[in-house]
Write a protein that binds this ligand. Structure first.
Ligand SMILES: [Zn+2]
Ligand SMILES: [Zn+2]
Length: 187
């Protein structure tokens, strides 16, 4: 894990407040998108990217989640005018797209514990679209990102203990101590 030069958090836990960390979170899905284009179309920026994005979101269950999330970023929501799936809670097309995204495939990266990619996906999605989610949960989600990217995963007990801390109104420092100290270590 590395400290962000702009906000001092472990990268990219400073998102959204820190623009650099927010870019790094976007980059998690962008790298998946570029790899997909390279593999399927032989170029990282083929013509007709928007059409490709529409094709991907028509069949989200045939693609990995990073590709699907990046595809939604390339489409405009007809209702809120923002990036489709990322608009405010209550925007119907965005809410719908935000649900569809979860039918995409997840494949764990080599060398990480099973389930790490699923946890990463959920935490990335919440960090990129925090609307309608409590501030304490958003805090937990964004603080989880550096540990998950580092290939760590809390045990069920560690995850429950961390959630309980959130429920008790733990401070950011208290949560960070548990996540970066205990997660993925011990029995
Ligand atoms: Zn930062
Ligand atoms: Zn919308």
């Amino acid at each position: 894990m590395r400290r962000c030069g702009e906000c001092g958090q472990w990268e990219p836990a400073g998102a959204h407040g820190c623009a650099r960390c927010a870019r790094l979170v976007d980059e998690i899905v962008e790298e998946g998108w570029r790899a997909f284009l390279e593999r399927e179309f032989g170029a990282p920026e083929p013509p007709g990217e928007r059409l490709i994005a529409e094709m991907v979101v028509d069949e989200p269950d045939r693609h990995v989640w990073r590709v699907v999330d990046a595809a939604y970023d390339r489409l405009t929501c007809p209702e809120c005018g923002g990036r489709l799936s990322r608009g405010p809670a209550g925007c119907a097309p965005c809410d719908l797209a935000n649900g569809f995204r979860y039918s995409a495939i997840e494949i764990d990266r080599p060398g990480v514990p099973p389930g790490n990619e699923h946890a990463l996906r959920v935490n990335v999605a919440v960090t990129r679209r925090p609307y309608g989610i409590s501030a304490s949960e958003v805090l937990l989600r964004r603080l989880s990102l550096p540990a998950l990217l580092d290939g760590r995963l809390p045990t069920v007990e560690q995850a429950q203990a961390t959630k309980a801390l959130v429920g008790k109104g733990a401070s950011e420092a208290e949560l960070a101590a548990v996540i970066f100290g205990d997660w993925g270590s011990g029995p």
